[in-house]
Design a protein around this ligand. Sequence first.
Ligand code: UTP
Length: 294
Amino acid sequence: MAPAVTKAVIPAAGLGTRFLPATKAQPKEMLPVVDKPAIQYVVEEAVRAGIDDILIITGRGKRSLEDHFDRNFELEYYLEQRGKIHDLGEIQALAEMADIHYVRQGEPLGLGHAVSVARKHVGDNPFVVMLGDDIMDRRCTVLADMIATFEEYQRSVVALSEFPIEEISAYGVVRPETVTDHLVRVLDIVEKPQPAAAPSNLAVMGRYVFTPDIFQALEQVKPGHGGEIQLTDAIALLLREQEVYGYVFGEGRYDIGKKLDYLRATVELAMDREDLGPEFRAFLAEIVRKRGLA
Ligand code: UTP
């Protein structure tokens, strides 16, 4: 029987230059969205999709990431003494969500390089890659759907979303062949093409399921766009050896490394919260009215 997908790799070693100065002394993956750091949403999404072994790729200045998922006995004692049982439960649950491991990238040489650092941990197993700065709405089941697709085809699967062509040059873009409603076969993939050269308007989002063969491809990749080792270039190499699929999904993804998307995530996720939502929605309605925005 083919091995199940139980491992995830979360690259979180980038410099986050699009979110300076907030990211000068703290990782962007630790930026709070409502009241949780972005990476916690990513880990929770992995756990919901059946992943129980997570490797976070970290780098310089990323210690707070490790502390966040570790026990903090002093804080636990403090909360217990004051009878803050709900908070205590949440803090303890964080350390028990999954088996979380860390490895350092050394130098931020690109996303492809960050993934290659996971090779020893992943071994000869299929695995998921989830970008540490891409968060999904709870209702978005794209990761679980991609894992189900992998189980059916035993081939790598990338998440895809349609984008307006004028925004496409910020992403990896595929040339697709339709398979079913949500599924395409990837015929080609290019990193950050100019709109006129883009093979479609389907852009790769921060979720991937890979066969372990991606590591051989990563070994051969030379620095590409921006002088970085690009994961997209490794996928292009993998395509020469085996089929790769794309799972097309709609809404629910936020790139919190981008200031505008970060604000969208904060507003939309707060609106959906049972505890904060009603008051926050009323506040937004009031602001819209006061400022004449509608
Ligand atoms: P990004 O390209 O969005 O991250 O990579 P970045 O380089 O930190 O951002 P900017 O462009 O300077 O603002 C997507 C994910 O891959 C990780 C990042 O931490 C982010 O979660 N990454 C990127 C690495 O782990 N290592 C790298 O060398 C590059």
